[in-house]
Design a protein around this ligand. Structure first.
Ligand code: HEM
Length: 470
């Protein structure tokens, strides 16, 4: 192959605008990222910080780029040359992740800096409340280390004076509430969409999802106390969103209706499954927004603001958690801010056992899994099929089936004994499942019409191929 043209870092530095072309270098490569800037999942502002520069120091902070995702591949596709004076590895820069907590080796790690790890199928159905050490982890930054005595939560915003609360204030001034809720990452099951065409993001299986009993105080009671805000007077305040800022610099918001609803159950949580909240999951205080995409459940929350505007930043206003139609491959010219950010999640289910690729010998296959829906919609039915949906068997709903109407925040486990028809004995079999929620919404059949640039909201029928041995 032809050698790449050679450039030095001073050449790269001249390319910082769309007109000149936007160049960066990484190790010994030079890249033209002009067309990619608008498509960057981490936001245009962030990637533009590196325009005309080496991205190496940026990617030392955001190491998800060099993990199992496709950032390196994407970058390579934009290569235009070799860099004659690559940066030397900087041994003096201390790793911002060195104070992250130790992690359970049973998790399935996609990245460690920041940590992104899923709950393995083998442990998923052992307990309806997922044990804290194997809870899925979806971080965007290093875990902030926080002295609980020094912790302060600031509540401010439209028509409100600023109020500062300590952890002790939260515990002593408000009633303790408990809510059992499942959290799911918006990218759960992304790997199935990646099989159609690679999307940008962590290639999650179905384990970016776990359940806990959260203990804490209701956000609506804190907002009422600090800001005099309630669902009855909110219109007079013209507040539309409640913004959460994490001490890790995460920023996200939820609509005020969800925050203030007496049936919304949004918590400031300081306990998880009866223990004080682990560092990993947001200690001392995190937000739990039941029924809503994981990213709004801000960990290590330091500030809550009542606002007329949504939160800023890539995770709310940028493309990180926005859906597009399958034919959108290029975002240049699309007004991203007009596309609603994800909040409630759609109905979901998966077959956890048998595992894909396993061999079963009995004439009845024992199938087990979970189902869940966003917005508190409970699961009314789970159906299974061995013939691609021509005939169905209905599963027995187990733990989680008796949750309150429209406050069914936790998953429902199910199981079924599925007889193998003679025609399939000794053959390869694909088992599939789909759940129906309390709105009688159900899962779409195929992944193709769901494909989207960021690989979000994958909730098609879940298929597992196994072999039957006669
Ligand atoms: C996320 C690619 C530069 C900051 C991502 C993701 C991809 C990507 C594919 C999605 C990762 C995932 O969700 O797993 C690239 C490419 C770059 C680049 C090809 C080439 C120049 C940068 C720079 C910064 C940055 C220079 C920082 C200044 C981020 C952040 C996220 C992100 C903050 C979001 C991470 C998250 O949500 O956890 N990028 N990126 N990126 N990127 Fe970049």
């Amino acid at each position: 192959a032809e050698p790449w043209p050679r450039y030095c870092s001073a050449d790269v530095a001249k390319h910082t605008t769309p007109e000149q072309g936007i160049w960066v270098s990484y190790k010994d490569g030079v890249y033209d990222i002009t067309k990619f800037v608008a498509n960057h999942p981490g936001g245009t502002d962030k990637i533009m910080l590196a325009a005309g520069k080496a991205i190496d120091p940026f990617w030392r902070i955001y190491q998800q780029h060099t993990g199992r995702g496709n950032a390196l591949e994407l970058l390579e596709s934009m290569r235009i040359g070799d860099l004659s004076d690559p940066p030397q590895a900087d041994d003096r820069s201390s790793c911002p992740f060195s104070t992250d907590p130790e992690r359970h080796p049973g998790l399935i790690f996609h990245n460690n800096k920041p940590c992104n790890a899923e709950l393995p199928a083998e442990l998923m159905l052992d307990a309806w409340l997922t044990p804290n050490p194997v809870w899925f982890i979806r971080h965007h930054h290093p875990v902030p280390i926080m002295d609980h005595d020094q912790y302060r939560l600031v509540v401010d915003g439209v028509g409100t004076k600023s109020v500062t609360l300590s952890l002790e204030d939260l515990k002593s001034r408000f009633l303790k509430r408990e809510v059992v809720a499942t959290l799911q990452c918006g990218g759960n099951r992304r790997s199935e969409l990646d099989q159609i065409e690679k999307t940008s993001g962590i290639p999650w299986g179905f384990g970016a999802m776990s359940t806990a009993k959260w203990g804490g105080v209701y956000l609506r009671e804190v907002l009422q106390h600090c800001a005099g805000l309630s669902h009855e007077n909110v219109e007079a305040f013209e507040v539309k969103h409640i913004i959460f800022k994490g001490l890790d610099s995460m920023e996200a918001s939820i609509p005020v209706q969800k925050a203030l609803s007496p049936y919304g159950d949004v918590l400031l949580a300081y306990e998880m499954n009866g223990e004080s909240l682990p560092k990993e999951h947001g200690a001392p205080v995190r937000i739990i927004v039941p029924g809503v995409v994981g990213v709004r459940n801000v960990k290590w929350v330091g500030k809550i603001t009542a606002s007329q505007e949504e939160a800023q930043g890539p995770w709310q206003r940028g493309i990180a958690y926005k859906g597009f139609s399958p034919n959108v491959k290029e975002l240049t010219g699309i007004d991203i801010e007009k596309i609603p950010s994800m909040q409630d999640l759609p109905v979901q289910s998966a077959i956890v056992f048998p595992k894909a690729g396993s061999t079963v010998e009995l004439d009845d296959i024992e199938v087990k899994g979970f189902a869940w829906s966003g917005g508190g919609r409970g699961i009314v039915r789970v159906d299974l099929s061995l013939d691609d949906g021509k005939t169905w068997i209905t599963a027995d709903l187990q733990d989680g089936k008796d949750q309150a109407y429209n406050r069914a925040w936790a998953w429902t486990f199910w199981e079924a004994s599925v007889p193998v028809p003679d025609s399939l004995k000794g053959k390869d079999i694909t088992i599939l499942c789909r759940a129906v929620d309390s709105a009688y919404s159900t899962q779409p059949e195929r992944p193709e019409p769901l494909w989207n640039l960021r690989g979000l909201n994958c909730n098609c029928w879940h298929r597992v191929s196994i072999r039957h041995q006669d």
